[in-house]
Design a protein around this ligand. Structure first.
Ligand code: ARG
Length: 472
């Protein structure tokens, strides 16, 4: 094949056609503009296939050498940018094969023996996604390490914890950061889990039913780093559930990043003032000279929409397709590629930005002091003195209403006033009404006490440092 057009002016598959493809249809059905991203893995797959054909005696050793050399030259052209992508050659597979044949002559036409673009593209996608998954796992690990490092520096820093975005109870900043780490830890587990199902080789399924040639699917699977060949040829070319799974993992991870973004955006506002981001992660306004906008988290929050959209697109693409391969599946690529780029870029941006966060500890502490965040501690104090929790809740509610009326905090009330709400209150009540007393009292695994946060950060660090992506 020297071109998608044959000598009589028609496409390579045109034997049974009586007229050439309409020019618009040619453009409409082509995917080379976007699937060229698969070129490197496509060539890797072709190399493994040709080696295997030579071992099986389907190609001669010389033919294999010529094909391997030709593929090296094609790859060099692609990498240096001189490769001429042609829409009339439809997709990445036929562009590469046609160029190979131009370079090495008719032996290039033998490469496609015993395979189809259907198993070829399924193989390419798995190889491509495997690399993307590994890159995402590494970037995520890097980000988590940044979060844990920041948490270690703030095991004692007190801030308000929120429910309904209203001050709820004091927590340590380190505890809040480790909550982010837990969210991302589950995303990491999902990436690893997705990789297990992804890493099998469809090569050899050919169009749908396998091939009549004496192929060795175990050999190609091994050469390409797959754990095993897939078990059913129809399923091998038909399903893209591995791509859907990745998009689902990416959508969830981006969802988590959007929640973290939202908190960063709130916390950098003048109203919160909990943290500052270095200038290099922000931009100014073209009209308002005072502005420093948190662009990076805002963009990450915005980009999470794409990840959800790509997941829905792929689910909808696959729904109701009969077995085996259908051209619909050519539409899987742009959504998948976009999720790959979106997730990896956002992880990278966050991994750079999070360790550079400056915590404004005094502002956080003041905010925790100003929202009756220790009211539950007062109720718990009364319970320890024998008051049923429901009654204690009622008593503290009355004390808070009084403080609101006279504009002070619970800890500002003199003992006599506090005793007016309940006779069992003693001088030691002030120990629980302070922020430090409140956080220190939540001293159990998973709690916000500084000692617990320190231990949790240590455990998190040890597990992150044991990951294969971390160089010690
Ligand atoms: N470009 C196609 C795709 O991405 C490759 C497979 C084409 N197979 C076929 N029978 N037309 O799905």
């Amino acid at each position: 094949m020297s071109d998608r057009k044959t000598k009589n002016g028609q496409e390579v598959w045109s034997g049974r056609f009586s007229e050439p493809t309409d020019a618009f249809v040619q453009r409409f059905t082509a995917s080379e503009a976007f699937d060229r991203q698969l070129a490197i893995v496509d060539i890797a797959g072709s190399r493994a296939h040709a080696e295997m054909l030579a071992s099986a005696g389907v190609l001669t050793a010389d033919e294999n050498v010529a094909i391997q050399q030709g593929l090296t030259d094609v790859l060099a052209e692609i990498e240096s940018g001189v490769f001429e992508w042609r829409v009339e050659r439809e997709d990445v597979h036929m562009n590469i094969e046609a160029r190979l044949t131009e370079l090495i002559g008719d032996v290039g036409k033998k490469l496609h023996t015993g395979r189809s673009r259907n198993d070829q593209v399924a193989t390419d996608l798995r190889l491509f996604l495997r690399e993307a998954l590994d890159a995402a796992s590494a970037a995520l690990t890097h980000l988590q390490l940044g979060i844990v490092t920041l948490a270690e520096a703030h095991t004692n820093t007190v801030m308000p914890g929120f429910t309904h975005l209203q001050v709820a109870q004091p927590v340590t900043f380190g505890h809040h950061l480790l909550a982010w780490n837990e969210m991302l830890e589950r995303d990491y587990d999902r990436l690893i889990d997705c990789r297990k199902r992804l890493n099998v080789s469809p090569l050899g399924a050919a169009a749908l039913a396998g091939t009549t040639f004496p192929i060795d699917r175990h050999a190609t699977a091994k050469a390409l780093g797959f754990d095993a060949p897939t078990r059913n040829s129809l399923d091998s070319v038909a399903d893209r559930d591995f791509a859907i799974e990745f998009c689902a993992v990416a959508a969830l991870a981006m969802n988590h990043l959007s929640r973290i973004s939202e908190e960063l955006i709130l916390w950098t506002s003048a109203q919160f003032g909990f943290i500052s981001l270095p200038d290099r992660f922000c931009t100014g306004s073209s009209i308002m000279p005072q502005k420093k906008n948190p662009d990076v988290p805002e963009l990450v929050r915005g980009k999470s929409g794409r990840a959800t959209g790509n997941l829905v697109a792929l689910l909808t693409l696959m729904k109701s397709q009969p077995l085996a391969y259908n051209k619909d599946n050519q539409e899987d690529k742009e959504a998948l590629f976009d999720s790959v780029v979106t997730l990896n870029d956002c992880l990278r941006a966050f991994a750079d930005m999070i360790p550079a966060i400056q915590a404004n500890e005094e502002t956080m502490r003041q905010a925790a002091l100003s929202g009756f965040s220790t009211a539950t501690d007062l109720a718990d104090y009364l319970v320890r003195a024998g008051v049923p929790f429901r009654d204690a809740h009622e008593v503290v509610g009355q004390a808070v209403a009084h403080c609101v009326a006279v504009q002070c905090d619970l800890a500002d009330l003199p003992l006599k006033d506090l005793q007016g709400f309940h006779g069992s209150i003693e001088e030691d009540v002030y120990d629980v009404l302070t922020l430090d007393g409140s956080v220190a009292a939540r001293n159990h695994c998973g709690g916000t006490a500084p000692s617990q946060v320190k231990a949790a950060a240590q455990t998190a660090r040890a597990s992150l440092e044991a990951r294969p992506f971390v160089t010690q």
